[in-house]
Design a protein around this ligand. Structure first.
Ligand code: ATP
Length: 375
């Protein structure tokens, strides 16, 4: 798949803009604060319905304007899909696919998929478990509308259950209904996440060995109250274990007035050379592991979707050393539409640009095609 055209109106510092991208490599370069990341954000927004930088959609509306517009033409093997998202300061997001209004933003799943690598991802290993869960959720939600549906229902349920736990007198009948739903929906999420991590682990390990020049191994494991000690993560086992945990933590939950059982408490374990990377990894080891994970995500999603998602690389040149940068850029060339932002083209250290690359100079909310990159 590739994004052939992006059109923006009143989006961050873009008043009005239309860009035609290369199906291969697209480099967005320019000084700081000119709008490079805003373009990646717009692509992420069109793919997932959400910004990767803010949970408040109105932040993306240009200052002084009422409503933003983001449109994309996505070329898939099966044909071109036109996506349109509008979002106002006071109004909810509105989606159109091929000109037809869709009531649910979740209908975006299956049109445009992205893998984003930004400097914030370097916190993925050492940061809190919520970041690692978000990583999995974002990946799986882009692959499966069913997963997204379960995730949204689960998040709603946990919020409702927490409200109930805070009541002075708990309605036990309602709690029993919530418990049943938590086990059902929670188990669906655990099974799918555990399977994704099981498949990501050997792919990430392969990339990691190449990046670390065969010196160290990387291993991933999904850690959950629902997964058996032997790693069993089939639906029945997960359901049974969640039920057991609900019974075991019943009084603790009431005392703390918060839901303590379910996939919102899970984590992904990373081991580098047999040691827990979340605790022990050096800066360099973290970078290598995260890079391996992102490349694994790209491969996993390509397998699931049947064609590669877009790769968005935000300012990676400043964060990665020449060896890792070179490795990442070599992965970029193989039939994956890629978008790279940088302040200086020299930083990418590309000796020979691929034939289908385009260079775009970004300056104060304008984007100009640089004819060195015209193909
Ligand atoms: N809602 C908004 N309305 C208008 N302008 C905005 C809005 N949000 C952000 N901006 C502007 O967008 C610019 C930041 O753009 P962006 O984050 O894409 O920078 P960048 O080119 O990626 O820079 P860097 O290299 O520092 O990451 C700033 O000038 C900021 O004032």
């Amino acid at each position: 798949m590739y994004l052939s055209t992006l059109q923006l109106g009143a989006f961050r510092n873009y008043d009005s803009l239309t860009i035609h991208f290369s199906p291969g490599l697209n480099v967005l370069y320019g000084d700081n604060a000119q709008g490079k990341t805003n373009l990646l954000e717009a692509i992420h927004f069109l793919a997932t319905g959400r910004s990767h930088r803010t949970s408040r959609d109105p932040d993306m509306v240009q200052e002084g304007r009422e409503e933003l517009l983001a449109r994309a033409a996505v070329v898939r093997r099966t044909g071109t899909i036109e996506l349109e998202l509008r979002c106002g300061l006071q109004t909810r997001k509105q989606l159109k696919i091929n000109g037809i209004a869709e009531r649910k933003i979740a209908r975006l799943v299956g049109s445009l998929a992205v893998v984003l690598f930004s400097p914030d991802d370097l916190q993925l290993l050492k940061g809190p478990p919520s970041g690692r869960r978000r990583f999995l959720d974002l990946e799986l939600s882009q692959i499966s509308q069913t997963y997204l549906h379960h995730l949204m229902a689960y998040n709603r349920l946990v919020a409702q259950r927490n409200t109930l736990l805070k009541q002075p007198v708990i309605d036990e009948g309602l709690m029993a209904v919530y418990d049943e739903q938590l086990v059902e929906t929670g188990a669906q999420l655990v099974v799918r996440r555990a399977e994704a991590v099981r498949r990501l682990s050997p792919i990430a390990s392969r990339y990691h060995r190449m990046l670390a020049e065969d010196r160290e191994d990387l291993e991933l494991a999904y850690q959950s109250q629902g997964v058996g000690d032997d790693g069993a993560a089939d639906l029945e086992t997960v359901r049974r274990r969640l039920e057991r945990e609900l019974a075991r933590l019943r009084s603790e939950e009431r005392r703390r007035q918060v839901t303590l059982v379910g996939p919102h408490r899970d984590d992904v374990g990373f081991w580098v050379a047999g040691r827990d990377a979340r605790l022990y990894a050096s800066q360099g080891q973290q970078r290598t592991a995260v890079l391996a994970l992102k490349l694994a995500e790209l491969e996993f999603m390509s397998e699931e979707i049947g064609e590669p998602p877009l790769l968005l690389l935000d300012d990676v040149a400043s964060e990665l050393d020449p060896h890792r940068r070179h490795y990442l850029l070599s992965a970029v060339r193989e039939g994956v539409q890629s978008f790279i932002t940088c302040t200086d083209l020299e930083d990418l250290m590309v000796r020979e640009w691929p034939a289908d690359h385009r260079l775009f100079r970004v300056r104060a909310g304008t984007v100009v095609l640089d004819d060195r990159g015209l193909s």
